[in-house]
Write a protein that binds this ligand. Structure first.
Ligand code: FAD
Length: 437
């Protein structure tokens, strides 16, 4: 097998699994297997073989479009609030969109108060998810360690720390000496310092999504896979229903949770939702012993390079800031080589690793790297929870609670999400997030 070094030098030979079989069914690593979207047979959830067997409900109190982490968490929260007719329409399979392709990172180190609050509320749910939902999500709170190499970043990160600490987050500044203790394998030559939060970590997005989906179904929510929404009906300025190939569903409320496809779904109601897909690639190494599985998620902030232990190997990736908008899901081998080079430069021990596999997914990006959360002004009854710009999975629990409060009570209580209202761009009031990986 080629080593990471060999891949960086020339992308190795044909025996690199990344070249021969990007999605092999027999992957060897347990955790990525668990993250494969929707395993209907062992989850007790009807799978593709029976799509369309049961009639689609013709009316609903609310229709949720998309069964990723957001659609499932929101549907569950609505049902918990007592809504008895909630229908989730998913064009493909539960958790098979961006949620399946993410790194599962969970952090509280953000630069905007709204994100810190959404993250803080969500972490408490992730910590107790197993007891509450009966689904193990494999939460590993080994911390997020940001490495800062640009002197201009220090005051920004110190200001962010003050915000986070003021909201109860145990994040802190770390000098180079402490960074060496937290991750002794990092090449420190240009590292000036960093930040660390021991409560941050990662877990399994597919397990979490299935946990929400199953809990929602137990509360009576209908989750219909293989059922794309192809139209949104509006009468007299109000949402009145949705159209699908299996029939129409009359409803006064539609909640768009369509991830990177949200722009297209909004257009069905004549609404412009500024959410665009941006390809991101992730890679997993084969098991190797040169680095301990206890390391934190480590991020070189300037480049967007990150890695964390995954199963008995490591997961890593790096943001390509020149990636064009689009739905191309192929793995860019040139970018893989660039990523590997940066990884080995930052942690030379990765030179001993083999890449097991890689895949591409989509960040669902908005102009200020924050989601559209709330109702649109027109038509009435259209809500949005989309455009999480690469940090959506971790916020699922808080977003679920907030959207249910907004829909049922007219305002969110758990977190004030008004800074992320969909109308903010038209109002000239963007809410830029600085800590985007
Ligand atoms: C490489 C990568 C790494 C990431 N790492 C992290 C991380 O570490 N931490 C983190 O918090 N987040 C991370 N993210 C981001 C995170 O995965 C997303 O923000 C989150 O999963 C978005 O969830 P969602 O439910 O909004 O969208 P999705 O999971 O995309 O769900 C939307 C669903 O809508 C469905 N849909 C679309 N159109 C229609 C239609 N017309 N009708 C019916 N259904 C429709 C889709 O099929 C899909 O299932 C990462 C993303 C990527 C790509």
């Amino acid at each position: 097998m080629p080593t990471v070094d060999a891949l960086a030098a020339g992308l190795g030979s044909g025996d690199n699994p990344l070249h021969t079989a990007p999605w092999p069914p027999d992957l060897g690593t347990r955790s990525r297997e668990r993250r494969r979207p929707c395993a209907p047979a062992n989850m007790g959830i009807r799978g593709p073989a029976s799509y369309g067997d049961a009639a689609l409900r013709t009316t609903a109190e609310a229709v949720v479009v998309g069964a990723g982490i957001m659609g499932c968490a929101i549907a569950h929260a609505l049902a918990e609030r007592g809504m008895t007719e909630v229908v989730v329409l998913e064009r493909d399979a539960i958790g098979g969109g961006s949620t399946a392709d993410g790194a599962g990172g969970v952090r509280q180190q953000f630069s905007t108060e709204t994100n810190v609050r959404l993250a803080t509320h969500s972490v408490r749910v992730w910590e107790t998810f197993g007891e509450r939902f009966g689904t193990e999500i494999g939460l590993r709170q080994q911390g997020y360690l940001f490495l800062l190499t640009d002197p201009a970043e220090e005051p920004v990160f110190r200001a962010n720390l003050a915000l986070q600490q003021g909201l109860g987050v145990p994040s802190r500044w770390v000098e180079p000496a402490e960074i060496r203790e937290l991750n002794p394998h990092v090449a420190m030559d240009d590292v000036r310092g960093g930040t660390f939060c021991p409560e941050d970590g990662w877990c399994d997005p597919s397990a979490a999504t299935m946990g929400y989906a199953q809990a929602a179904r137990r509360l009576g929510v209908a989750i219909e896979e293989g059922t794309p929404v192809t139209g949104i009906q509006v009468d007299g300025g109000r949402v009145s229903g949705v159209r699908t190939p299996r029939g129409d569903v009359a409803t006064p409320r539609v909640i768009v949770c369509a991830g990177p496809q949200s722009r297209a779904v909004g257009a069905l109601a004549g609404v412009e939702l500024p959410v665009d897909p941006s390809r991101r690639m992730s890679f997993v190494t084969e098991p190797f012993a040169a680095l301990p599985p206890t390391l934190p998620m480590t991020i070189e902030f300037a480049s967007g390079l990150y890695f964390h232990p995954e199963s008995r190997g490591f997961l890593f990736g790096m943001a390509n800031r020149d990636e064009p908008v689009g739905f191309d899901k192929t793995v860019d081998e040139g970018w893989m080589a660039t990523t590997v080079e940066a990884l080995v430069a930052r942690v030379p021990a990765f030179g001993e690793a083999n890449i097991l596999r890689g895949w591409a997914g989509f960040y669902e990006v908005t102009p200020d790297d924050n989601p559209l959360l709330g109702h649109v002004d027109d038509p009435e009854g259209l809500f949005v929870a989309a455009g999480f710009s690469g940090h959506g999975f971790m916020q699922g629990p808080a977003v679920g609670a907030c959207l249910a409060e907004l829909v049922c009570d007219g305002a969110a209580r758990t977190v004030d999400i008004s800074p992320f209202r969909p109308s903010r761009f038209a109002e000239g009031a963007p809410a830029q997030e600085h800590n985007v990986i």
